[in-house]
Design a protein around this ligand. Structure first.
Ligand SMILES: [Zn+2]
Length: 547
């Protein structure tokens, strides 16, 4: 096709190229360019790109390495990905991050320890690193089946690991083991073996008796925990409040935000903590905090996940308890507030949905992005009711630790569809990925992603069937764009597209092709939040210091 038209096109193209090169030499050139990568954008077409450019914290272009290089100016930092995979920063839609962060600098972490020996070794290491006589606290996040010994520690083993420290080890919300020094300091009664078993309330009350970290330790813990999340590619969380979390517990987070040192974007929520007095409490707490208040690093995200004590983990609330709950959520709807609600079983969730439907008749809630957390055995009927109300679903890897128990209780056939994420996707329910860390689960998103893909419990039993198993891109979408929906952020982050924040992670292994059983070993080599390097290691270690 030669002729006048063709020449016009060529002339215009040449002019455009001139304009582009003039622009690239000006202050408008990108701050950072990532080239030679495999960038999983999680855009509508799930497209993969080779390179992208960032300016002022946002993505300004995506394309081939050659195209992006052409945009570079003298000041642009060019990062060679050397073929590595890049994903949008992961967002955990149900991580008790504020609580985990508070104690992160002073707790011992058993997350990912493959043996009890390794776990006990972490206690010994902590006893050397901390002040003599300091408390050594493992606050959950582990499970016996992750250990090759397949059992809990004995008191004698904990004493041997740290003879001069009080040691407290909690397992989920049902059991804790204390050493004699810890028992003496707390002055509590234990079983002859040194353990305390009980329901969630027993363990919560016990945990509340442990010494709290100082405020400075909480601030330090918050920064360290966010960095740890950055190491695993996380750039955002939706925090559902939770047990043991009072207004004072938010202050370390607020300080880190005021200092401008947030490296994870946090949407936080408020729980009712005064049994019977939750309505007054919540009204007071939120009277000066409008929904959505904050900025892109820290934002008020509404109520959750414990709204009244009476409706928390209660499959048979009384009419009076439901009436009280209805009064609160109706008020929340009237104020335009978001809320997220903890609910475990499908058999009883109808009571919650009845209340939400009643509220919806008075004040439509579809635009408020309410959500239900957990509900692993959600039925198709419940999911349809959620969809009709515009209620989203935050899904965690609870079955990774709890799947073997679930199979015993509900049977292998029922476990095959738990949780039914493909059904929910088909129905159109908004889904967020996550963990529920750090008491009952590990916060490692790659453990959760692997579990989404293979349905295997920590003990190696595959319990989920192919009908409810998402593919790798779908699982990644839950954990990025899907999770961003719950804080109204899907137009700002969750995917790598022009105009969105440069929140991303360069991975140590290719998430798309690494064997499924290796997904949990992936880490980030380079994590950016708003174009700023917040974590770097290995080949990119230098970038963090020259940020
Ligand atoms: Zn919960």
């Amino acid at each position: 096709m030669k002729g006048p038209l063709y020449e016009d096109v060529m002339r215009n193209a040449a002019m455009l190229a001139l304009v582009l090169s003039a622009a690239s030499a000006s202050a408008q050139s990108p701050d950072t360019i990532l080239v030679n990568g495999k960038i999983l954008t999680v855009d509508a077409q799930s497209s993969t790109r080779e390179a992208l450019a960032v300016r002022d914290g946002r993505i300004v272009a995506l394309g081939t390495s050659a195209q992006m290089r052409r945009l570079a100016g003298p000041q642009s930092r060019v990062i060679d990905l050397q073929g590595r995979t890049v994903i949008p920063g992961l967002i955990d839609s149900h991580l008790h991050a504020i609580r985990a962060a508070e104690t992160f600098a002073t707790e011992v972490n058993w997350i990912g320890a493959a043996s009890l020996t390794e776990a006990l070794g972490r206690i010994t290491a902590a006893s050397r690193a901390m002040k003599p006589g300091a408390w050594l606290i493992v606050a959950g996040g582990w499970n016996v089946q992750q250990f090759k010994e397949n059992r809990r520690p004995t008191q004698a083993e904990l004493v041997a690991a740290a003879p001069d420290n009080p040691v407290y080890v909690q397992l989920g919300y049902g059991w804790a083991m204390l050493t004699p020094l810890a028992i003496k300091a707390l002055n509590v009664a234990t079983a002859p073996d040194g353990s305390i078993s009980g329901g969630q309330n027993t363990i919560i009350a016990l945990f509340d008796r442990l010494p709290k970290p100082t405020f400075d330790q909480q601030v330090d813990g918050t920064k360290k925990f966010f960095r740890e999340l950055n190491r695993l590619g996380i750039t955002g969380v939706y925090d559902p409040g939770g047990n043991n979390l009072l207004p004072d517990d938010y202050q370390a987070l607020f300080k880190v935000w005021r200092q401008g040192e947030m490296t994870v974007r946090v949407a936080y929520t408020l729980c009712g903590n005064v049994p019977g007095g939750e309505f007054e409490e919540l009204k007071t707490l939120v009277s000066l905090v409008p929904q959505g208040f904050g900025d892109d690093m820290l934002r008020f995200g509404g109520l959750g996940e414990r709204i009244t004590a009476a409706m928390n983990n209660n499959n048979r609330p009384t009419d009076a308890e439901k009436a009280k709950y209805y009064e609160i959520v109706r008020w929340a709807a009237g104020r335009g507030m978001t809320l997220t609600m903890h609910w475990s079983n499908d058999a009883s969730v109808g009571q919650l949905l009845d209340i939400f439907e009643k509220v919806n008749q008075e004040t439509p809630i579809a635009n408020l992005r309410w959500s239900i957390a957990h509900l692993n055995d959600a039925s198709e009927g419940s999911l349809r009711r959620m969809k009709a109300l515009g209620i989203g679903w935050t899904v965690q890897d609870a079955m990774y630790f709890g799947g073997d128990g679930y199979v015993q209780q509900a049977g292998a056939a029922a476990a095959k569809r738990v949780p039914p994420v493909n059904t929910a996707t088909r129905i159109g329910v908004a889904i967020g990925g996550g963990t529920d860390a750090h008491r009952v689960a590990s916060y490692n998103p790659f453990t959760s992603l692997q579990w989404f893909l293979d349905g295997k419990t920590v003990g190696g039993t595959a319990i989920r069937g192919p009908e409810e198993t998402p593919d790798r891109l779908e699982a990644l979408r839950f954990y990025t764009l899907g999770s961003s929906w719950f804080s109204f952020d899907e137009k700002k982050r969750g995917s790598l597209e022009v105009g969105k924040f440069a929140d991303l992670a360069v991975l140590s292994k290719d998430y798309m092709t690494v064997p499924v059983d290796q997904v949990h070993t992936i880490e980030s080599l380079l994590t950016m939040v708003g174009g700023k390097v917040v974590f770097a290691q290995g080949p990119y270690a230098k970038l963090e210091r020259t940020n």
